[in-house]
Design a protein around this ligand. Sequence first.
Ligand SMILES: Nc1ncnc2c1ncn2[C@@H]1O[C@H](COP(=O)(O)OP(=O)(O)OP(=O)(O)O)[C@@H](O)[C@H]1O
Length: 748
Amino acid sequence: MLETDLAHERDYVHGLYSRLDELREEKRAQLARVRRSGAVGSIQNVSERDAFAALYEDRLAQLDAVEDRLVFGRLDLDEGGPQYIGRIGLSTEDLQRLMVDWRAPEAGHFYQATAFDRQGVRRRRHLILAGRELKAMEDDVLDPGMLSEHGGHQGEGALLAALNSKRTGQMSDIVSTIQAEQDRIIRSTISGALVVQGGPGTGKTAVALHRAAYLLYSHRERLKSAGVLLVGPSSSFMKYIERVLPSLGETGVVMASLGRLYPGVDTVAEHDPRVAALKGRLAMAVVVANAVAQRQRTFAQPRTVVVDGYRLVLSPRQVSRARDKARQTGKPHNEARATFVKILLRELTEQMTEKVLASSPGNSADRSYLAEDVRSSRDVRVALNLAWMPVTPEKLLTDLFSKPAILRACTPGFTDEERALLVRAADARWTESDVPLLDEAAELLGEYDIHAGRNAAAAERQRERDLEDAKRALADIEHLESTPNFTAEEIVEANTLHDARLGASDRARGDRTWAYGHVVVDEAQELSHMQWRLLARRCPLKSFTIVGDIAQTSSAAGAQSWASALTPEFGKHWRLEELTVNYRTPSQIAEAAVRMANAAGQIVSAPKAVREGTWETVIDRVARDGVVPALVGALPEELSLLDGGLLAVIAGERQLAPATKALRAVYGTRVGGGSGSYEQDIVVISPQEAKGLEFDGVVILEPNELLEEAHGRLGDLYVAMTRPTQRLRLIASGPVPDGIEAVGSSTV
Ligand SMILES: Nc1ncnc2c1ncn2[C@@H]1O[C@H](COP(=O)(O)OP(=O)(O)OP(=O)(O)O)[C@@H](O)[C@H]1O
């Protein structure tokens, strides 16, 4: 019986893959046809062709991405035939449904139904595939009546099998084993701000990613053009999660780390926590506004300008009146400047007219000619720029932080120590903490178009070059084929159109003012007030999914509570959900981390671990300077126990370099570390880099130093302790923070 059942399901799975192959073939043929049609036809046809080609390419990429574990579930219901659940919806050519997309409303029962609340489900079956082959099945029989009909397939449990599998250095999707409390969050309404609080390993990142895929599916129209932005703490984290959404068939989400949210500026981390904390304060918005206001000045004395030998005067009153009028437009600085300049040019032209008439009364002064003289006068330009200089965000902040007089004038209420923290050299690299300040400045300054004329000329020159290229290309075609029926100008036009037709995500990525339809923020406890301000601007609808764990805050600018972090931008308009089960860390290790936090006086979410581990936490106490040798000594044992799994050595600044050097001497290129090389089987990283990641085994060097370097904040050590899926070992020459050691743990 069970065997026939398995054979039947195998056939069905093969059928689904055949259908997937058919669809791929169909799209490939359509794409080839469209591409072939490219050389002839009107210009309209050419741009339509590109649009269709892009559509087919996207669909093909989606069909390719869902290959692995295409189908993973089957529901037997009170009514109707069985329903198969998979990564996408599939139907036969004549629209008979073969498989339901996991995000469709009816697929919700696969995740939500329980024996107490069956939701019409008699049996839930997990299909476990390896490649295209069905390897095993597991049944949850919810309708007791069905137990007598079928013995049911049992196994380790799809969830436990997933949790026990070795880590690869890349996050994978959890679509086949989403748990009910996670599913409710994934499918929660798109409107407003949803905060998901959960301890380490509760699936917050997984939930955030699956929610992004769910929202894109169920609000396709709204989000297709506006897009979804996903923000994470670091580029290594973004790399760790980058394959999840494509495997769910979604490629259009814009992913950015906190340091990359200001287009065109590449940043480094901010190493001084005091600077990060200060630059994250809301008071910095006032400082930036002060710096902008400083660029709008009046003169202390009347200022004389000479135009064609006539002496004209700009009085402080005239300038301040023009300034007030320009400010009243409510436009940003660079754009309001046009109003300021227009008013003063008019007034100067009037003075000039009077002077010309007074000097030669018989003459009729030509106003437009005089206005042009005033406008193009160098003297006038200098005077107007002194009073209202157009400026870029980068220049504004560079001057603010590198010129002591400006800094002092713009930071009333700051102490000298605080000002000293803000000082930066004019040519220093921008840091992550500068990003929201640059964004704030850009918001207040608006478009900077002082080079508009130069840009227009450059664009014209480019167009001429493109035209030459197009003419040459046409000449080549004429040698080969019959004369095409479009011109070189039309080709250039079509290419410009093609740029304009870039997908929403490509355009959004480079545009600071893009309004996203939804924003997902992971490790959100790390964000400063200024970073929240920036993100709120990116989504005026304030439709957010915010996931994080207050206890894991390690940034000095990060949150102490959700209310204090969110109130300035969201007021009371956010709802809180909690995740309560820890899927990553075995109970022994999770408990040690919680005991450590509690011993330090911090109350943390202590989610229930689904797994008991094989090992207790190991603590090696060694002599001073014995840490790195002890690490080298411990590694063979760790690697052999992990049996091919991934091992992370997590250390503070002092130990990172010596530990990497010592391990490289033994293990060579097997040792990775730093920006994103987490697929090697040994990595040496800081707790900040480890944030959000996970490994089969973790060795922490000098745990007490992690506390000291974070000025007593627990976040870094707590994060480090909660990364392993199997084993945790600590090597300490100094004191071991209280609570970690359970009675009876092995101490070397
Ligand atoms: N329903 C599930 N099925 C299978 N695996 C799951 C499930 N939920 C979570 N996991 C796994 O548990 C691990 C932890 O998940 P995730 O990284 O999303 O947790 P987190 O709450 O973001 O953790 P942290 O705050 O510590 O970074 C991952 O390996 C994830 O794949």
